[in-house]
Write a protein that binds this ligand. Structure first.
Ligand code: ACO
Length: 431
């Protein structure tokens, strides 16, 4: 195929810039030589139009509501796979064979324990500490306990041991942080349980009240984690790549991704949604009031769980989660008034011109919290759940960045300076 070019005119000069076409037809103007050739940079706040890398992990088409991991439709993966299988796919690029999956699960079991010294960390966070802060801090400090994970000479090739360790230990850290927050004894990971069963057991088993892992919850949790497993370049993933681009280790990079995810405009939205639905419920379900508040530019209130930077027709994850949410409530005969509030709020918003004209639809976070509530997971753990799901994506993106030797560069955006021009310095005594 012959190379296409875009033409840029600045003054009386014209420049030819190559057009890059992805395997699914997505197009970019390659400006990598722009500064050198023209002396200009591009200005793109929020990176709305900036591609920072090429990637073979996730494809999404926001206009058509398509999301694929490694070429497989999210709908198929969510319906037919376990989270462990999808994590393997994202990390290794191919679906596992039976033997490969067994080996991966085996790694996940053998790496699940935390070094006993790390258990003391949990004693020293103040009560009511945010589980996201505990997660980010503890993941960062894994580097001190498992320095061999930095070793690129991993006997299994690449970063696969590191990846399995991080996935297994982060799940343990997440459950421990919850147990500590409620003052209960820690429940250690069991080698007999699969990934999601193990997590639920560590969260809810008690010395005198053994927890019976419910298959409906395991299935819903697998689905939720799969739907969060990667989402190409976004605030947290780009942070992981950016931190890793300086040569920082994987733990430090993932820990930064967790911090980026924490905010209410990103992974923190699932927590914000429940707060919002509870507020509307307490307020007598006055939908008009909240729709009007969301539309009012002088009011900081937004409809949490609505809108997306990329999806402008529907978020395919939200559709799957909405159905999973209704299914689980029915199967388990759970009656949560927040589900009715959410359904009605969606209906009101979707018939309002403000939301229609701006293409604002429920996103992945709108219904996920209601499922987590049904499982007994407290609201302040929701973003931790998101982080658990996103882990394979972050690790795969970090690894892809490391292995892309051709484009290996420290992330370093430019700016347009808008401050003072050079001024004469005045000594303190003369000011
Ligand atoms: N409620 C009310 N108005 C909204 C909302 C919302 N949830 N989302 C966007 N808008 C409005 C904006 O005010 C803007 O209006 P304007 O054109 O009159 O100025 C317009 O819709 C376009 O919105 P932008 O802010 O330009 O969209 P952007 O792509 O920058 O932001 C974002 C996307 C951050 C997700 C935004 O929709 C939002 O804040 N949503 C609520 C928080 C949320 O659910 N975040 C989770 C996202 S999914 C995830 O991270 C996993």
């Amino acid at each position: 195929m012959s190379q296409e070019f875009a033409t840029l005119s600045i003054g009386d000069q014209t420049y030819k810039l190559p057009i890059i076409v992805g395997t699914r037809g997505d197009k970019a103007i390659d400006i990598r030589t722009l500064l050198k050739k023209t002396g200009h940079i591009t200005l793109d706040s929020g990176y709305m139009n900036t591609g920072a890398c090429t990637s073979s992990i996730t494809y999404l088409d926001g206009a058509k509501g398509i999301l694929d991991y490694r070429g497989y439709a999210i709908e198929d993966l969510a319906a037919q796979c376990s989270f462990t299988e999808v994590a393997y796919l994202i990390l290794h690029g191919e679906l596992p064979t039976f033997e490969a999956l067994e080996a991966f699960k085996h790694d996940m079991r053998r790496f699940a324990l935390l070094h006993e010294d790390m258990i003391h960390f949990f004693d020293n966070f103040p009560p009511n500490s945010s589980p996201m802060s505990i997660l980010s801090t503890t993941v960062n400090s894994l580097h001190n306990y498992y320095p061999e994970m930095d070793d690129e000479e991993d006997p299994y090739g690449g970063y696969s041991v590191t990846a399995a360790r991080l996935l297994a230990k982060t799940r343990t850290i997440a459950a421990f942080s919850y147990k500590k927050s409620i003052g209960h004894p820690l429940v250690y990971p069991s080698p007999r349980l699969n990934y999601c069963e193990n997590f639920l057991n560590m969260m809810f088993d008690r010395p005198n009240l053994p927890y019976k892992v419910k298959p409906e919850f395991v299935s819903a949790l697998n689905k939720l984690l799969i739907l969060h497993a990667d989402h190409e370049q976004n605030c947290s993933t780009s942070t992981v790549r950016m931190v890793g681009s300086s040569g920082a280790n994987l733990y430090a990079s993932i820990s930064s991704g967790i911090s980026a995810l924490w905010g209410p405009l990103h992974g923190g939205a699932n927590q914000a949604v429940i707060g919002m639905l509870e507020g509307i419920h307490r307020d007598g379900a006055d939908f008009k009031k909240y729709i009007d508040k969301a539309k009012d530019k002088n009011d900081p209130f937004v409809l949490s769980g609505f809108g997306h930077r990329v999806y402008k027709t529907f978020d395919p994850r939200a559709q799957i989660i909405k159905k999973a949410c209704s299914d689980i409530m029915e199967e388990m005969e759970i009656d949560d008034p927040l589900l009715d509030i959410a359904l009605e709020l969606e209906e009101h918003a979707r018939s309002d011109d403000y939301f229609i004209s701006r293409n604002l639809y429920p996103n992945v976070d709108f219904y996920s919290g209601i499922i987590y509530r049904a499982m007994g997971i407290p609201t302040n753990m929701f973003t931790v759940m998101f982080a658990l799901g996103r882990l394979p994506g972050w690790i795969a993106q970090w690894t892809e960045m490391k292995e892309d030797r051709e484009n290996a560069r420290i992330g370093r955006p430019r700016q347009i300076y808008s401050g003072n021009t050079r001024r004469e310095f005045v000594a303190m005594k003369d000011r």
